[in-house]
Design a protein around this ligand. Structure first.
Ligand code: ATP
Ligand code: MG
Length: 366
């Protein structure tokens, strides 16, 4: 997949910028607070249902303006398309080749990008919720059906919790069964995804770290022992029944896929407790590489890679390994840094260089 050109207007601190990215490597450099991450955010947002930084649309619109616009020309295989996104406080509108689209599924896969930003390592250190958010988003990227299962589950969960709070609990059993049914769909898809990713993780971690450390990513849904949908459903039903008395007391569903967690391990120990900052970052980067690989297998085209604040935390050797590795892949990469790093430019052949200053962009050659 290639982004051939992108126009960003009234998006955050960007008034009007046009980028014609290089085929492979693109460096956006500039001092803090100039708009580098904003530009990556715009590129990512063009192809995805929400920003990787915020769920609040008004934040995206340049102060004092009514709407932000992003327009991009995308090449995928031999297909060219034009995507247009308009963001207003009230909502977002998407057009593909001049035609309005209303369903998330119409945009799905049109412009895939995997983002790696310093915030992503927070997923290692923070609570289960941040890992679930990562998981749900990552599964959805390659599996449009997941969004449907996930929304159904959330809707039914709300209903069941509502009943649990009532004194009249007529119909609780039916909602519990439905919850187990959709919960099984969610879990089945998550399990398949995590198994795929775990199978790829080791290779990418080794490529970045340059040392042999063992990685493991696993997902053990609470109360579930099977990987087959009908049996997952039975296990979930058991789980819900087991918690029913206390759920009735507290008025909420206390166990299930909405409470599950991912386990990240390095050398058979929890990454959170025993991984250094650099090891945690390498691990999450390797996860993103595995995700890219997975998307390439699904869509037949590698997604864009957006590496925000590339040089922070990794040592020179790991940075070098990462660049070496990326040069062997047919992907379009956007990297942001605070300096025009000679080491990075030496490692990235034909890198297009852009300076970002106060929301403006200057092309400095490639
Ligand atoms: P760093 O190197 O610190 O990560 P950066 O170049 O990535 O910096 P960005 O996060 O892209 O910086 O841009 C931050 C700037 O954008 C801030 O100065 C912020 O005030 C401004 N900004 C954010 N949202 C808006 C908005 N809606 N309207 C105007 N300016 C905004
Ligand atoms: Mg930034």
């Amino acid at each position: 997949m290639r982004l051939r050109s992108v126009v960003v207007a009234d998006f955050r601190n960007v008034r009007s910028v046009r980028i014609e990215p290089g085929e492979r490597f693109n460096l956006l450099y500039g001092l803090n607070g100039q708009g580098k991450t904003n530009l990556l955010e715009a590129i990512h947002l063009l192809g995805s249902p929400r920003s990787f930084r915020t769920a609040r649309l008004p934040e995206l619109v340049r102060h004092g303006e009514q709407r932000a616009q992003i327009l991009g020309r995308v090449e995928s295989g031999s297909v060219h398309s034009t995507l247009r996104l308009v963001v207003e406080a009230a909502g977002r509108k998407v057009e593909i080749d001049g035609k309005a689209v209303h369903k998330a599924s119409d945009l799905h896969g049109k412009l895939n990008s995997v983002v790696f930003s310093p915030d992503d390592t927070g997923m290692v250190r923070m609570g289960p919720e941040s890992r679930r958010r990562y998981l749900d988003r990552a599964v959805y990227m390659g599996d449009i059906g997941y969004l449907h299962s996930w929304h159904s589950y959330q809707r039914i969960l709300k209903q069941r919790n509502h009943l649990l709070k009532n004194s009249d609990r007529t119909g609780l059993d039916i909602w519990t069964e439905r919850l187990a049914e959709t919960g099984a769909e969610v879990i089945e898809r998550r399990l398949a995804f995590v198994a795929l990713l775990d199978g790829k993780l080791q290779k990418y971690y080794a490529a970045i770290a340059g040392v042999s450390e063992t990685t493991r990513l696993s997902y053990a849904p609470d109360g579930v022992l099977s990987t087959e949908r009908n049996r997952i459903r039975d296990d979930l039903l058991e789980l819900f029944k087991r918690h029913q008395k206390s759920d009735e007391r507290y008025g909420t569903t206390s166990a299930g896929p909405h409470r599950d967690d991912l386990t990240l391990e390095l050398n058979d120990r929890p990454l959170k407790a025993f991984g250094s900052q650099g090891q945690q970052k390498s691990y999450v980067l390797a996860l993103k590489m595995a995700e890219m690989d997975n998307l390439k297998e699904i869509f037949g085209e590698a997604p864009l890679l957006l590496l925000d604040d590339m040089s922070s935390e990794l040592d020179a050797r790991r940075n070098h390994n990462l660049m070496e590795f990326l040069t062997t892949r047919e992907i379009q990469v956007f990297i942001t840094t605070t300096e025009r790093s000679p080491a990075l430019l030496a490692a990235a052949p034909h890198c297009a260089v852009f300076r970002v200053e106060d929301g403006n962009l200057t092309f400095e050659g490639s």
